[in-house]
Design a protein around this ligand. Structure first.
Ligand code: ADP
Ligand code: MG
Length: 729
């Protein structure tokens, strides 16, 4: 159906604005009311069951069947009190979205009775009919079924009339088919490795958790305009569209006041999110028009990931209520800023200490430096894997593409901490240090908190930056599941901490004093990871050259980037830490490649459709009217006058023909290229073929179409234009 853009615009403009009611609300009165959290558990669970669940959350202990029955019964009473009639296991298959399969708590039975459908076994385990979820061949070859299993570390919640139970999703042979399983394993491994290192400094540390605070960027677009853009509706981004005369050059949208309609939407989805226990806190405009950001207070990593997945769902649902669509795509509009999801990451101890925040004593500062420098080393040693963890067809537009910063992984520390590292490097001796040298070093370390107080260093162009008390991984895509990058980051940190401890212990075994051993091991990390540190402009061309000189990778496309998932280094790393087996790694690799291919394939088809059935017919119609016009002129004028007057029209007719020709030829060639790519059986080769042979047509076809957009009568143009999509409030 052709839904002409003027009809769409009319719909938008005729809408009665949603009234923004801003009563003062007290968040504390409803925060977490739809979550089976600690308060609800205390109220509904027996003391014994409560303790069991808390132990499962904190220590990862198992909950036995009898206890699970109790928990299920209480969970059901609680959920029923919230109006829930159904339950579902809520999981994160590798498609990127979340999945649910709803079942009723009760089912009617003969004689007017009802049969209980929710007990401990239903809570603990389910078998979704999930054969359509991607599994990279794991389930096809081995066992046809997969199952979901309760993750007690993330609390259950109610949405609408359904109790949602966060679960992992694994095959019957035990392989992970989701994002959550490897993340949980990485977090367990990290806990152990980090506690072991903390023991050098503080014996009271018995648990270390990774913390994550994401910042979610997104665009809003009116629903009517969205529907009039088949490309947006089907691929999440615009595949055509000329830049508007006014883009984001003025950057007047950033931190400007948020339009009323958007405010009403935000308020609604924030309230919904807060009820679900998602601690959303800040909201503001982003750089581009109609682009916004939402960020919560940070939380334990697994919970934060679940909350982000949930938030994305909630946003989409609530947006519809406000006749909006949320665009979570990394690059919905060419020439306009893209969207990311900054992952703020740190480590926190059971003693309430943030390990990436310098302390008050030289000892805690040395602890800070240890974790800080080990992070730098981990990123250095695994830069390609980190790059792979954020690779997707969408995110390729934000990394390494035309208008995007280069896809080089580097790390920004700020001048002050860079100096501290340089000083350590020059002062630490590998032999025995004199007492004076040691004192001088410790004095230097002692000064860190003071120098960081005026840490005004902000480098917005770094993909991985230290921001005072946490690292911020900024290259993560806006639509991504944070689990991918968080699994990798926590895993590489774990591995590095284990290596570090073994280095320090080896020195201690050689009679080097503990602090000195730590200093020496840190110095080695600093020396070995130097090339990953970059304080300059990460968006400049200079950096691309400099990085190449340093031997840093600059991996521009997803099929290339994904290769790091199956490198020997990665496979060994994940196996060593018991996070994923080689088979699971390869399965994942295949799924990501297939997803990439599918995305490009769909985009290519949509480009073909829109070009041939929307744009060319419009161009031909308009061209015919020009031809009519020329014919008319010829009829009423003599030859000399005609030549003078009709020149422009004739030129336009020619230009239009040129573009029609260009579009048609290139779409035909692209279709042929697609056909060839479709015959390739090897997933890797196919993805590369799509990347290198099919995708290259997108720009050329678009260029012709975008030029037609400028030539053709505005009233005839079928697709909402950028200025309408971006500036209609
Ligand atoms: P900005 O980076 O915009 O200046 P903040 O520094 O306040 O803002 O924090 C940005 C994000 O970092 C927030 O989502 C916040 O929750 C998160 N954050 C702050 N401290 C930590 C931490 N220790 N661990 C993980 N995330 C954190
Ligand atoms: Mg930030």
């Amino acid at each position: 159906m052709a839904f002409h853009r003027f009809k769409a615009l009319e719909t938008v403009l005729s809408r009665t604005p949603i009234e923004v009611i801003l009563p003062s609300i007290k968040v504390s009165e409803f925060f977490g009311e739809n979550v089976f959290g600690i308060d609800a558990m205390k109220e509904f669970l027996s003391e014994e069951a409560f303790k069991n669940v808390m132990d499962a959350m904190d220590k990862g202990t198992r909950i036995d069947r009898k206890m699970a029955d109790q928990v299920a019964a209480s969970m059901k009473s609680w959920a029923s009190s919230k109006g829930a009639t159904h339950y579902t296991h809520w999981f994160q298959p590798l498609t990127g979205a979340t999945a649910e399969k709803h079942d009723a708590f009760f089912e009617p039975a003969e004689g007017g009775r009802a049969i209980e459908r929710f007990g401990g076994s239903q809570l603990a385990q389910q078998e979704p009919d999930a054969s359509s979820f991607p599994n990279g061949g794991i389930r096809n070859t081995f066992e046809a079924r997969g199952y979901t299993a309760w993750d007690p570390s993330s609390p259950a919640f109610v949405i609408g009339k359904t109790l949602c139970i966060p679960t992992i999703f694994v095959s019957y042979t035990g392989e992970a088919l989701d994002f959550k399983t490897p993340l949980l394993k990485a977090l367990v491994a990290l806990d152990k490795a980090a506690v072991d290192v903390c023991q050098y400094f503080d014996k009271s540390v018995t648990k270390v958790t990774a913390t994550l605070g994401w910042e979610q960027e997104y665009f809003l677009v009116d629903e009517a305009l969205y529907y009039a853009r088949p490309d947006l509706a089907m691929t999440g981004r615009t595949l055509f569209g000329h830049s508007p005369a006014k883009g984001q050059q003025l950057e007047d949208h950033y931190f400007g006041s948020i339009p009323d309609r958007a405010t009403a939407f935000m308020r609604d989805f924030e309230i919904e999110s807060l009820k679900l226990g998602i601690p959303v806190k800040t909201r503001h405009n982003e750089v581009a028009p109609n682009q916004f950001e939402c960020a919560p207070v940070f939380e334990e990593c697994n919970l934060a990931v679940d909350h982000n997945q949930l938030l994305m769902d909630v946003m989409e649902k609530i947006a519809r209520r406000h006749n909006f669509r949320v665009l979570l795509h990394e690059k919905p509009y060419a020439g306009v800023n893209g969207s990311g999801k900054h992952n703020n990451w740190s480590l926190s101890t059971n003693t309430g200490k943030n390990l990436l925040s310098p302390g008050k004593t030289p000892k805690t500062n040395l602890q800070f430096l240890t974790f800080f420098i080990n992070t730098v080393k981990a990123v250095h040693d695994n830069a390609d894997l980190l790059r792979a963890s954020i690779a997707s067809a969408n995110n390729d537009h934000r990394l390494g593409a035309n208008e995007a910063p280069p896809a080089i992984v580097s790390i920004f520390l700020g001048t002050q901490l860079s100096e501290v590292l340089d000083e350590l490097e020059s002062k630490v001796k590998s032999g025995k240090m004199s007492p004076d040298e040691k004192t001088a070093l410790k004095l230097g370390v002692g000064k860190i908190p003071d120098i960081l107080l005026d840490n005004t260093d902000r480098n917005r162009t770094s993909p991985f930056a230290f921001t005072g008390n946490k690292f911020e991984f900024r290259a993560v895509g806006s639509s991504a599941n944070c689990s991918g990058p968080m699994t990798v980051l926590n895993a590489i940190m774990t591995d590095q901490l284990i290596k570090f401890k073994s280095d320090v212990d080896a020195l201690i075994a050689k009679d080097v004093e503990k602090d000195e051993a730590i200093f020496q091991a840190l110095r080695q990390c600093i020396v070995d990871s130097k090339k990953i540190r970059f304080e300059g402009n990460g968006y400049g061309d200079e950096w691309v050259k400099e990085a190449a000189k340093r031997g840093l990778s600059n991996i521009k496309t997803t099929p290339q980037a994904l290769a790091a998932f199956v490198s020997k280094q990665t496979v060994d790393l994940f196996e060593r830490l018991n996070i994923m087996s080689e088979r699971e790694q390869y399965a994942r690799y295949d799924i990501y490649l297939e997803t990439y291919t599918k995305k490009i394939q769909i985009e290519s088809r949509v480009i073909g459709d829109i070009a041939l059935s929307h744009i060319i017919p419009t161009a031909i119609k308009y061209q015919s009217s020009l031809i009519e016009n020329v014919k008319g002129l010829k009829e009423i004028m003599n030859d000399t006058d005609f030549k003078k007057v009709a020149n422009i029209q004739l030129q336009m007719i020619n230009e239009i023909s040129g573009h029609i020709n260009g579009i048609k030829t290139k779409v035909d060639e692209m279709t042929e290229a697609r056909k060839r790519a479709n015959t390739i059986n090897d997933v890797k080769k196919q993805a590369i073929e799509y990347c290198e042979k099919v995708k290259e047509y997108f720009e050329v076809i678009r260029k012709h179409a975008d030029e037609l957009e400028l030539l053709i009568d505005d009233e005839a143009w079928p697709l909402p234009k950028y200025r309408e999509l971006l500036f209609t409030k």
